[in-house]
Write a protein that binds this ligand. Sequence first.
Ligand code: SAM
Length: 347
Amino acid sequence: MNTITLIEKLQQETVLAKDEYIYLIENCSEKDREILAAKAREIRESYYHKDVYIRGLIEFTNYCKNNCYYCGIRAKNRNAKRYRLQPKEILECVEEGYLLGFRTFVLQGGEDNAYSDKEIGHIILEIKKRHSDCAVTLSVGERERDVYLYWHNCGADRYLLRHETASKDHYEKLHPEDLFFERRMQCLWDLKEIGYQTGAGFMVGSPFQTAGHLAADLLFLKDLNPHMVGIGPFIAQKDSPFAQYVDGTLEQTLLLLSLIRLTLPKVLLPATTALGTIHPQGRELGILAGANVVMPNLSPASVREKYQLYDNKICTGEESAQGLQSLAGRIEAIGYHIVTARGDYAF
Ligand code: SAM
């Protein structure tokens, strides 16, 4: 095997065998990563040109009933300062975002039973009633299929649920016993089958992750064929059981972004906040590696710091929705531009 032959094969066939992905992940030189990124940009531009889609991210609750070992808003973290936005406050965020030019709103939160399924449904209905030109994306974790269906019927267009890892053995090292690999995977298949534009994804460099796990992630993504993939580096959170583990790297996250772009050519692929947190130019570099989406934060400034999934999360500068002008400037500087549009998957 050699890296250049494998990169060409991936470009032509949009998939590799597991051992080939492993070989690429383990052996890519800096030069190889540049070649991969250039091919990723080429394929991304063939579908989405130089457009970068923006999503207004509303982190509406940091209460969560789960205890994922990596996460700062896990139920058992007593140091987390908890907050929950009222429906009225969520709608105010949407209004502010709409004026700023956002046409997609992402409602993300922990798994918080304080909001009934109906309440969430009403928020979706209200957003769609006020702004029929906007897409609503949900990211509120694992639910029953009929709840996903109900929210879809209320007007939710998209759903983000990272699979976290496609390997059961690895999943069980990242999560406590009451969270099940099979259930998370089933949620993703349900979401797709219901008709959501569906997003999966994982952390790069999470504890115990091997190149084999990452190769399995790529093959799972090929099989699921989601519309969106969210990846970012794992970043240790000081109050979590994984506080002592090392963070994922910029280089490996960029490599995975390029591999995902070549594996799923049309995918909506964000350059995430976590990538912007580990490197000051993380998001621009993400776009140059094949990403085509950024998700500025629209949550009220007073709660932004409390949604601490990991340490040092950026939340007050260009990644905030109010910093959109300067983010737009930075994206122009690398030859791309932010567009005001729903930014749907190129079906
Ligand atoms: N509760 C929803 C769910 O389970 O999908 C959405 C919120 S959850 C906090 C969003 C994502 O944050 C997770 O899917 C996980 O990949 C990411 N995340 C959590 N802790 C992280 C950490 N320490 N470093 C990087 N990403 C993290």
